[in-house]
Design a protein around this ligand. Structure first.
Ligand SMILES: Cc1cc2nc3c(=O)[nH]c(=O)nc-3n(C[C@H](O)[C@H](O)[C@H](O)COP(=O)(O)OP(=O)(O)OC[C@H]3O[C@@H](n4cnc5c(N)ncnc54)[C@H](O)[C@@H]3O)c2cc1C
Length: 382
């Protein structure tokens, strides 16, 4: 199914496809074998403007909307999940939060490095006892001597071990809590009392690492506060909305490549004297994946367009994230089945992608959390 995009987005997508083919796809194997990102990758993305598409022009960005940015994630994710993750800036869209809510000093300190790919960041919300229910968080920041003292522990923080600074969400008013008692802080690596205590690898590609971080009487100045005191939970929610749309597009990109690989394999693999592509059982799997992807694109592109027009899209980002993360799981499962043994052998993209897509039903709010939000809205309407 062909989704017509405005001419400028079509041209942008063509340029992105060329970049992915020439620069990213050749790195896939090396990244998987080493479990590390090539040091020049972020600066290369920065040079092409891919780390600053959404940032306002006043701070050196391209001032684009969410739609072009999400299309970029779709194209990057066609290659390897990690490319979309790094391009979204710490998984939590920290650069855009700094551009929108940061002080002049913070914008000057961090944005140039984030734009040119010399600084890495991470976004720390989840805690051992506060995952789906992040309102149960216990990490707190107390005012002291004109600054703040942070204590607590966060875990599953994507790329926190590599980050030059981290956005931390902490309780600053134990009575108000998530109703105006949560604040965001930017904490630099090397700040005394801030430590990476564990790095977890996951069932996905070895390059995707989640870290546990600890704040032990970690003192930061008031100038480390991101946005007004008490607004940290709103800032996190704003970031999650855009993050869910980004995840949705990443799922579409991965599903599209899995379907293309499945169709190509089905045309060349001969069993019982005929290509797999001539068997109805295989054709139905290809057809189901095509329908899945088309439905995903329809809901995601329409929601992105409405967001960029400034409309209130309600629970649409949850609907998109839920549908797309489950859709890509189905497409990946069919891709493995169509590839047979090749689909489960390590070193072949289908096997890696099958494992990587499993993350999507948990990160940025699990499927159950999205269903809770959607159902709450449905019940409110009657
Ligand atoms: C790849 C990846 C990257 C991540 N990166 C980050 C990051 O950069 N920063 C960050 O802060 N966090 C990050 N996370 C953490 C992620 O946000 C949490 O894992 C997620 O919110 C779920 O929390 P949990 O793991 O504690 O699961 P739990 O909250 O313990 O939930 C366990 C299971 O129970 C279900 N469940 C929970 N409550 C209910 C309920 N009321 N009804 C029905 N079912 C329920 C959940 O859906 C889940 O299936 C990342 C996670 C992944 C997988």
């Amino acid at each position: 199914m062909n989704f017509e995009l405005p001419p400028e987005l079509t041209a942008m997508r063509e340029a992105l496809r060329k970049f992915v083919k020439a620069e990213l796809e050749p790195l896939e194997d090396q990244i998987d074998r080493s479990g590390e990102l090539p040091p020049g990758l972020l600066p290369l993305m920065g040079k092409h403007g891919y780390l600053s598409m959404r940032l306002p022009t006043e701070v050196g960005g391209a001032g684009m909307g969410l739609f072009p940015y999400a299309l970029m994630l779709e194209e990057f994710s066609r290659s390897h999940r990690i490319f979309g993750l790094v391009a979204s800036g710490g998984g939590g869209l920290t650069p855009i939060a700094i551009a929108r809510h940061g002080s002049r000093e913070q914008r000057e300190k961090y944005l140039t490095g984030l734009i040119n790919g010399t600084l890495r960041t991470a976004f720390a919300l989840t805690e051992p006892a506060a995952g789906s229910d992040n309102s149960a968080m216990t990490t707190r920041a107390e005012k002291k001597d004109g600054g703040w003292v942070i204590n607590g522990r966060k875990h599953y923080i994507n790329s926190a071990h590599d980050a030059d600074f981290i956005t931390v969400i902490a309780i600053t008013d134990a009575v108000k809590r998530t109703r105006g008692g949560v604040t965001a802080f930017l904490v630099d690596k090397g700040t005394p009392g801030f430590n990476v205590t564990r790095v977890d690898t996951t069932m996905g590609s070895a390059v995707i690492k989640l870290a546990e971080i600890e704040f032990d009487n970690c003192k930061v100045p008031d100038s480390a506060r991101l946005g007004p005191e008490g607004q940290g939970f709103n800032l996190a929610k704003e970031s999650l909305r855009d993050g869910r749309m980004g995840v949705s597009c990443s799922c579409i990109g991965m599903a599209d490549r899995l379907l293309a690989m499945s169709a190509a394999h089905a045309k060349t693999r001969i069993t019982f004297g005929k290509p797999l592509a001539e068997r109805q059982a295989i054709q139905w799997m290809l057809a189901d994946s095509e329908v899945d992807i088309a439905a995903a694109r329809a809901m995601v592109y329409d929601t992105l367009r409405q967001i960029d027009e400034g409309k209130d899209v309600g629970t649409a980002p949850s609907i998109c994230k839920l549908y797309c993360s489950e859709m890509v799981g189905r497409v990946a499962d069919r891709a493995v089945q169509i590839h047979g043994g090749m689909g489960i052998v390590q070193g072949y993209p289908v096997e890696r992608m099958y494992r990587d897509v499993r993350h999507y039903r948990i990160g940025e709010g699990s499927s159950e959390v999205q269903r809770m939000l959607i159902a709450k809205d449905v019940l409110k309407r009657v």
